[in-house]
Ligand binder design. Structure first.
Ligand code: ATP
Ligand code: MG
Length: 312
């Protein structure tokens, strides 16, 4: 497996405060790597170090096999970046904005036009090519921001929280677009604090907190780290304290709560928990309206590793 980016022992301080603390990871060719972490965990700082926009105190960063530096223009040409804050020109319409950014890399007019049209299609802005940024909704504006960053079809694409505060339709469109970019062969770093997104999108995930790697792996591998293996939720209009106590003593039960007609149980181990519970309800003639089982989420993993929620 080829490493497209290698970050080793990266430490970055702002004045005396460590934002990144001995961070090491690799990005494999052709993968979508998720950087998942709460606000202030160091996602943007990591990206800005990779891009050589920031100096760092310790460590090394290699991109496409070479040491990254502010003057490494050959490498920079191969990278497309979509920054956290939207950065487009208010004076230019959708097409001309993308044309401007793409023109920094691709001089040939015909080739550039082809790339721009592909980018517009990828983010679903076909109906808005003549619109100016101020006429676009927040979601459409974010899609334009993405099109500007990726139109030149770079080998490496870095997206910093591209779906913050977008509507569900734009979010789906953006996630589908990113999957399409991987299919075309791009290597992608995707930062977010939405665990649902990394589950849908990423081949591997790094959980970041306070500038440190807490865990790296596929979503399934990370979920192995959670203290619990299964969560069962039941909607029950009525449940007595005695019955609740009995359920608490069932095998594998880790925690139990009953609030607003919802019974929530976490189990330390899987297998047969749901069946046992349903058998018990039948035997005791307890009626319920809904019952479902879930695997732990990445938030449960984060909770296990840090003692706090991802979205504190
Ligand atoms: N220019 C700066 N000067 C001083 N401290 C900074 C600066 N930029 C970031 N920090 C601090 O460094 C830490 C990491 O910030 P960073 O922006 O990299 O986090 P993030 O994971 O991208 O957060 P968010 O989800 O809010 O975008 C935070 O504690 C932040 O306050
Ligand atoms: Mg950030």
């Amino acid at each position: 497996m080829k490493n497209v980016i290698e970050v080793e022992n990266l430490t970055k301080k702002y004045k005396n405060k460590k934002a990144i603390d001995h961070l090491s990871f690799e990005v494999h060719e052709g993968e979508i790597l998720g950087l998942l972490g709460p606000n202030g965990s160091g996602k943007s700082t990591t990206i800005n170090c990779i891009l050589s926009l920031l100096n760092f105190n310790e460590g090394s960063i290699k991109v496409l096999g070479s040491e990254m530096s502010p003057n490494a223009y050959d490498i920079k040409r191969q990278i497309g970046v979509v920054f956290q804050d939207v950065a487009v020109f208010d004076e230019l319409n959708v097409y001309d904005n993308i044309d401007y950014f793409c023109g920094l890399y691709i001089k040939d007019k015909e080739q550039r036009k082809k790339c721009i049209m592909e980018a517009i299609k990828l983010v679903g802005l076909e109906e808005f090519v003549k619109y100016y940024p101020k006429q676009l909704s927040g979601g459409l504006l974010r899609r334009l921001n993405i099109a500007c960053g990726i139109a030149h079809q770079p080998k490496i694409i870095i997206l910093d929280e591209p779906t913050v505060a977008v509507d569900p339709q734009s979010r789906n469109n953006i996630l589908d677009g990113i999957k399409a970019l991987r299919k075309k062969g791009a290597t992608i770093i995707y930062t977010t604090h939405y665990m649902e997104e990394v589950e849908i999108l990423c081949d591997r995930v790094i959980i970041l907190d306070k500038g440190k790697v807490l865990a790296i792996g596929t979503t399934d591998e990370l979920k192995e780290l959670a203290n619990i293996e299964e969560k069962v939720t039941v909607e029950i209009p009525q449940l007595s304290k005695e019955k609740l106590k009995e359920i608490k003593n069932f095998p594998h039960v880790d925690s139990i709560s009953y609030q607003n007609s919802t019974l929530s149980i976490t189990y330390k181990k899987g297998a047969n928990n749901l069946v046992n519970l349903m058998d018990y309800f039948k035997k005791e003639s307890i009626s319920y309206t809904k019952i479902y089982s879930e695997r732990p989420t990445l938030n449960d993993v984060f909770l296990e590793l840090t003692g706090k929620d991802l979205r504190d």
